[in-house]
Design a binder for this molecule. Structure first.
Ligand SMILES: Cc1cc2nc3c(=O)[nH]c(=O)nc-3n(C[C@H](O)[C@H](O)[C@H](O)COP(=O)(O)OP(=O)(O)OC[C@H]3O[C@@H](n4cnc5c(N)ncnc54)[C@H](O)[C@@H]3O)c2cc1C
Length: 330
């Protein structure tokens, strides 16, 4: 009995492609499921190309037994149903009882195709195993404001779930080992490829990676006061080597671009430090920042939800507090 993880690559610059952070998180989560081995499947590699060394290094670190890849050239482009066929093939080849993936757009879509083909349920946004026998997991609902406990049983031989981003910190396996690479052969039909990505265009100025990858995020909400009031927020983010994140009100008012938005309809972040300035802490915002290791709120209202949830809070005007912090740091 094994656990199969659908993993996704991420460009690591000079090192080539490695596994995305959320994929590494899911591999760590997979070891909490009751399988003896953890296998992985990676679809979409250039045809005939071996998995990049950084991908294999991450697999070895996470104790992956077998990495399944496919030589099928039509799968270099994303095609959810066809990718799901490969995932099913890998699950059968490895004798998987559990199938998990990060709750990304692709992870959820591919798993949903497998679940629909088998007619089994698929809990999304799982954060932890809470009971082993019978297996029960906890998952985020209502944008992370509520945790729901659900059974995860291998109905039809396979239990399927996606894992919420940043719910688990990636940890190396206690005994990392060699990872075998095996090819999965699939017979694809026209219907499998009916919906596929035909072109990818870079989005101008829309890159969220600076925000989601930052160790420090300085958040700003309506309390900042206007589009021209971000100088001290930007200066503090730069001084701390971090990124600026904002609430939806700020993007809706056109004060900052949407790719800086944190929350249910923005990015989910998990920095070491989140400084939430002039942000009330509505549940939709909390859904995106609650995984931060330490939260410090700066707010004029001592009763604001962000103040009551934060580890530390400064009650005061952010335009007085931030300059004072900057002066202290200079
Ligand atoms: C379907 C849906 C999805 C949503 N998705 C998101 C999302 O992804 N992200 C998100 O952020 N929101 C989201 N929202 C909106 C959310 O409900 C809140 O309206 C929003 O987060 C509030 O933004 P805010 O905290 O900046 O503004 P406000 O709620 O207006 O709070 C401003 C805060 O600033 C404080 N303040 C005022 N002046 C100062 C000052 N000078 N110094 C310090 N503090 C000051 C106030 O005390 C207050 O706490 C969503 C809503 C819906 C319905």
């Amino acid at each position: 009995m094994s656990v199969l993880v659908v993993v996704e690559p991420e460009d690591l610059g000079d090192e080539g492609a490695g596994l995305s952070v959320v994929s590494q998180e899911v591999l760590t989560f997979a070891r909490t499921l009751p399988g003896e081995d953890v296998d992985a499947v990676l679809v979409g590699l250039p045809c005939g190309g071996a998995p990049p060394e950084a991908v294999l290094a991450h697999c070895r670190e996470q104790g992956v037994r077998t990495l399944h890849v496919t030589p099928e050239h039509r799968l270099e482009r994303y095609a959810a149903r066809a990718w799901a066929r490969v995932v099913e093939g890998a699950a059968e080849a490895g004798g998987a009882a559990y199938l998990v993936a990060a709750g990304t757009a692709r992870g959820n879509e591919v798993l949903a195709h497998v679940a629909a083909a088998r007619g089994v349920p698929m809990p999304c946004n799982v954060v932890a195993v809470v009971q082993e026998e019978p297996l029960e997991v906890e998952r985020q609902v209502v944008g992370g404001a509520v945790l729901e406990r659900v059974a995860l049983q291998a109905e039809g031989g396979l239990a399927i779930a996606s894992v919420a981003g940043h719910a688990v910190a990636p940890e190396p396996a206690p005994s990392p080992g060699e990872t075998r690479v095996e090819e999965v052969a699939v017979e694809l039909t026209e219907a499998d490829l009916a919906a596929q990505v035909v072109r990818v265009e870079a989005k101008e100025g829309g890159d969220t990676s600076a925000l989601t990858g930052a160790n420090v995020v300085v958040g700003a909400g309506r309390g900042v006061g206007g589009a021209d009031q971000f100088d001290d927020v930007e200066a503090l983010a730069a001084r701390l080597g971090g990124a600026v994140g904002v609430s939806r009100v700020v993007t809706s008012l056109g004060w900052r671009p949407h790719h800086e938005q944190v929350g249910q309809t923005g990015s989910r972040i998990a920095p070491d430090l989140y400084l939430a300035c002039g942000i009330s802490g509505a549940i939709q915002h909390w859904a995106g920042c609650s995984s931060s290791k330490t939260i410090i709120a700066i707010n004029t209202d001592g009763e604001a939800p962000m103040v009551t949830k934060a580890r530390y809070a400064v009650i005061g005007d952010m335009h007085e507090v931030i300059p004072a912090v900057l002066e202290e740091l200079s």
